[in-house]
Design a binder for this molecule. Structure first.
Ligand code: ADP
Length: 491
C-alpha cells in the first residue's frame, strides 16, 4: 500500500478487469452490442467501456437464476458456506487490485477502498457462518394433539440492486445472505461503478459458486431492464439499496406480484453533541460520520446539533481538523478526501451550500467547488444553518458539515425526529443515562453512542420511516432471504 501507484499500474488493473455481463456462469457481450463508459471521477476521463445490458439480457439473467434455483437451494448448507469462505479468502488475496479498481471508478481514497474490501469480505465470512445455523422448530400445539414443524426455505430467485457509493460492500451484503440461504440472484450494480462487482463475479466463479447462481447485469437503462423482471413474478425477492424515490417506485412494482422486499434507502442522520460530551472524541466522531467516503454515505451526519455552551469550541476544532484533510486523487497517499462521484453530485453539493448561505449560514471552512479537472468539493463547515435550508431536509452526500446550536435535551430530540428519514443518529455525551434515554427516543433503526460509525456485518443494519424496510447483516440478514414454512402434523 505504501508503494506509490503509477499510471502503468492503474492501466494494468483496468485492462485486467472484466467488463462483460456475467450470465449463467459465462462472460457475454450485451445482445445488442451496446456498451457504456466508465469514468475516473478524479480526472473526468474514461477508464474503460463495459457491456450495457438491454431487456433481452435481463431476461437471460433472470432465466439463468430461475433455472439454477431448485438445484442450488438443495446444496448442503456447508457447501454454500464453503463457497462464501473461498470467496472471502480470494478477496483478501486480490485486495490490492480490488481496492485500486474501486478507487479508480469511484474516487474514494485508497485506504478507504482497502477498508471497504475488508468490510465487504467480512459479509461473506459472516454469512458463511450463518449458512450452517439456519434453524427451525418443533412444538406441541397449545391444545395438544397436533405438532408444529417450523422449517426455513430459500425465498427463491432474487433481484439485487446496489448503489455506487460502496461498490463492493453493498453487493456482498446482499449476495452473502442470498448464497447462504440458497437463493440465486440477478445483481445490478450502479452504472457509475460496475467494475468492482464484475471483478467480484470472477471471484465467485473461482470460489465454486455454480453457473446461474449469481448473474451480474450492468446497464444504463435500469428501469427498462429491471421493471419487467420484477413484474414477471419469477423473482420472489427484491433487495435494493439506493434513494428513497427509486425505492418507492420499486416497491410499487413489487406490489403487483407481492415480492418480498428489503429496502435500504436515504438517510438524514443527526449528530448530537451535548455539553457534557468529550469534545475531542466528538470531533473525531464527526470526522468519521461526516468524511467517511467523502460524505457520500447514507449514514453520513447530515445535521450536526451542538449544545450552545460548546458550539464555539467544537466548531473551531472541527474546522481545524477538516481543514487539514487533503483533497485529491484517491490513489495519492496523502489524500483524505476524494472527488465526488460525478459532476451532477458535485454540483448538487455546491447548490445545497449556496442555498444554505443564502438562507443565512456562515462559512467557516471551504464553501466553493474546486476548479480544474475532476469533480472535487473541499471539506466545508457551515454554522448557523437555518432549518429551512434545503440541506436540512435533503441528503448532502458530500463533505459538508452543517452545524446548528441547541439548548435543551427535549428540544433537540424533537428536532432530530423532524424528518421523514430514520436510518441512523449519533449521540455524544459522557452520561450513560442520557445516552440511553436519547437513544431510545430518537427515531432511527440505528444509533451510534460516542462513535461516528455503526456499520458492522455482524450487526443489523437498516432504517425506519422512509429510510427503509428490513435489516442487512447481523442474525436477521439471512432471514430476509428465507421463508418460514409451518407444517402441521396430526398425532
Ligand atoms: P443514487 O442517487 O445513489 O444514484 P439511485 O436510487 O438513483 O441512487 O440508484 C441506486 C441504484 O438503483 C442504482 O443501481 C441505479 O441504477 C438503480 N436504479 C435507479 N433507477 C432505477 C429503476 N427505475 N429501476 C431499477 N433500478 C434503478
Amino acid at each position: 500500500m505504501s508503494v506509490p501507484i503509477t499510471a502503468d499500474r492503474e492501466n494494468e488493473v483496468v485492462q485486467a478487469a472484466p467488463t462483460q455481463l456475467f450470465i449463467d456462469g459465462e462472460w457475454r457481450d450485451a445482445r445488442r452490442g451496446r456498451t457504456l463508459e466508465v469514468f475516473d471521477p478524479s480526472t473526468g476521463r474514461v477508464l474503460t467501456r463495459a457491456a450495457n445490458a438491454s431487456p433481452e439480457d435481463g431476461w437471460d439473467a433472470l432465466k439463468a437464476a430461475e433455472a439454477a434455483q431448485k438445484g442450488f437451494e438443495r446444496t448442503p448448507p456447508r457447501e454454500r458456506a464453503e463457497m462464501l469462505m473461498n470467496a472471502f479468502r480470494l478477496m483478501h488475496e486480490r485486495k490490492d487490485d480490488l481496492a485500486l479498481l474501486m478507487t479508480l471508478e469511484m474516487g474514494k481514497p485508497l485506504a478507504e477502498s482497502y477498508g471497504e474490501v475488508n468490510y465487504a469480505a467480512e459479509f461473506f465470512r459472516h454469512f458463511a457462518e450463518e449458512a450452517t445455523r439456519i434453524s427451525g422448530g418443533y412444538q406441541t400445539a397449545p391444545a395438544g394433539g397436533s405438532r408444529f414443524l417450523i422449517h426455513k426455505q430459500a425465498v427463491g430467485p432474487s433481484i439485487l440492486i446496489t448503489p455506487w457509493n460502496f461498490p463492493l460492500a453493498m453487493g456482498t451484503r446482499k449476495l452473502g445472505p442470498a448464497i447462504a440461504a440458497g437463493c440465486t440472484s440477478v445483481l445490478k450494480p450502479a452504472e457509475l461503478t460496475p467494475l468492482s462487482m464484475l471483478a467480484l463475479a470472477d471471484i465467485l466463479r473461482e470460489a465454486g459458486v455454480p453457473a446461474g447462481v449469481v448473474n451480474i447485469l450492468v446497464t444504463s437503462s435500469a428501469g427498462e431492464v429491471i421493471e419487467p423482471l420484477i413484474r414477471s413474478g419469477i423473482a420472489r425477492k427484491l433487495s435494493f439499496t439506493g434513494s428513497t424515490p427509486v425505492g418507492r417506485r420499486l416497491l410499487e412494482q413489487c406490489s403487483e406480484k407481492v415480492l418480498r422486499t428489503s429496502m435500504e434507502l436515504g438517510g438524514n442522520a443527526a449528530f448530537v453533541v451535548f455539553e457534557d460530551a468529550d469534545l475531542d472524541k466528538a470531533v473525531e466522531g464527526a470526522v468519521l460520520a461526516k468524511m467517511r467516503n467523502s460524505g457520500e454515505a447514507c449514514t453520513a451526519a447530515n445535521r450536526i446539533f451542538v449544545h450552545s455552551q460548546v458550539m464555539d469550541e467544537f466548531s473551531q476544532k472541527l474546522a481545524e481538523r477538516l481543514g487539514r484533510m487533503k483533497t485529491g486523487r484517491g490513489v495519492d497517499e496523502e489524500t483524505a478526501v476524494g472527488p465526488m462521484v460525478d459532476a451532477r453530485q458535485r454540483d448538487k453539493v455546491a447548490e445545497l451550500v449556496e442555498d444554505a448561505v443564502r438562507s443565512g449560514a456562515k462559512v467557516v471552512l471551504g464553501g466553493e467547488p474546486a476548479a480544474g479537472e475532476g469533480y472535487f468539493y473541499p471539506p466545508t463547515v457551515l454554522t448557523g444553518v437555518p432549518e429551512g435550508a434545503r440541506m436540512w431536509s435533503e441528503e448532502i452526500f458530500g463533505p459538508v458539515a452543517p452545524l446548528t446550536p441547541f439548548d435543551d435535551e427535549k428540544e433537540v430530540i424533537d428536532r432530530v425526529n423532524d424528518t421523514e428519514y430514520g436510518l441512523v443518529n449519533y449521540v455524544f455525551t459522557e452520561s450513560l443515562n442520557r445516552a440511553l434515554r436519547v437513544a431510545e427516543q430518537v427515531e432511527s433503526g440505528m444509533v451510534g453512542i460516542n462513535q461516528g460509525a455503526v456499520s458492522n456485518p455482524a450487526a443489523p443494519f437498516g432504517g425506519i420511516k422512509e429510510s427503509g424496510l428490513g435489516r442487512e447483516g447481523g442474525d436477521t440478514g439471512i432471514e430476509e432471504f428465507l421463508e418460514t414454512k409451518y407444517i402441521g402434523i396430526a398425532m
